[in-house]
Design a protein around this ligand. Sequence first.
Ligand SMILES: *Cc1c(COP(=O)(O)O)cnc(C)c1O
Length: 219
Amino acid sequence: MGLQDIRDRIAAATAEAGRPPGSVDLIAVSKVQPPDRVEAVLDAGHRVFGENRVQEAQERWPPFQARYDGIVLHLIGPLQTNKARAAVEMFDVIQTLDRPKLATTLARLADERGTCPDLFIQVNTGAEPQKAGVLPQDADAFIAEARRLGLPVVGLMCIPPVEEEPSLHFALLGKIAARNGLSGLSMGMSADFETAIRLGATHVRVGSAIFGERAYELT
Ligand SMILES: *Cc1c(COP(=O)(O)O)cnc(C)c1O
């Protein structure tokens, strides 16, 4: 457990997959973690973090940003349209673009601000009713629509169903990305990031394996 262990395992999985060193970015998922654990990871030199909620990020990160240079924040939880402005102000990357209304809102904000976070489109690879993301069969059209709006779409993101073999979902996400000319693949969490790296992940999102178990789970 811990940051160095995860870095070592990422490096090993990357090499084993025959991929170049450094081709997988580690996003340390700090949601709900106590500040002292986050600070320890910052002190160890890590700078890329993922948060699920805009408000939690707004409370947590400005003090750290005043003390540590080069922090990069990814939003990995669902984004309500009425939080979009706060999200583009707070985050460097938004991984959860998943519907036309949010795409339109982000495009309007991008026009107004002259800049936009990098975007991943979330795909609901398991077609789970309770989960966010575009359905796999709607992904090509939605990617095209986001591009037509001028949005900086850099890749796709998925969260496989807990009870299913993740490799099938990672492979599907890779296929959709490849046929749409997208190079970014955000997939793999504490339990399955090595599998995701084997299947082409460029970004893995690891929380509990770095920080320890969360005191409570977000729903
Ligand atoms: C919480 C979360 C993670 C990290 O989960 P762990 O199992 O703690 O590694 C990754 N991605 C998303 C979208 C999450 O919500």
